[in-house]
Ligand binder design. Sequence first.
Ligand SMILES: [Zn+2]
Length: 237
Amino acid sequence: MAILGKNTVLPLLETSKSSLPHRLFKSITRLIPRYERCTCNECEVFSGVFGNTFWHENLSPSMHYWLNKENVTKLPMAAFPHLRKICNTGNIVDSEGNNSYLIHPERMPLPTLYISGGRSLLVTPETSFLANNYMKLHQPGFRHERDVVEGFGHSDLLIGEESYKKVFPHITSHIRSAERENGAISVGGRKYSIEAMDWEDDPYEQYGGFSTWFSPCVVILLFLMLVALCLSMFNVF
Ligand SMILES: [Zn+2]
């Protein structure tokens, strides 16, 4: 921010006029390590500021062009000190660094759905895991669900070429379920206790899921071993 000076709005287009501080800032962003490099100058600067926000293979060329050449042509940087405070704290805080939001879960009486990319990029699936548990704990009367979609990272979940097939069905399904329940879930319906909540989701699903460790073959093998053990005991006695 010190490099930018007073004008904190960064022009991103390669063809736009840039001041010396802005050119210096953009040169530094290109040096910052990231998962994927790109031949597009604007994409390189944007990824240097935020980190890669999508896996390139999930975007069509036309979407990539629109993002970098038409959608975001200027980047206001004034919010970054606030973002830094959020990242350093580990949860959302206000611009002064105060915990002003998470202390008021009663202000969010609504159903929620969390979707993370299973091919981690920019953020980890743990963020949606924690958010989902927070809402289940504080707003148990509403439907809260979470999905981890394999092959996606972050923004490509919504703007990916295959999003309409692999991601959007989770959203429409959740909306239909929430509407059927009229937002709130009855007391006799789905209810979450703290203990149940701890086991509701699988934090290891990005590694293939805990359940996959116990495939049907393994269960059958364990059963056969149990039968063999019983037979051997029978022979002894
Ligand atoms: Zn790119």
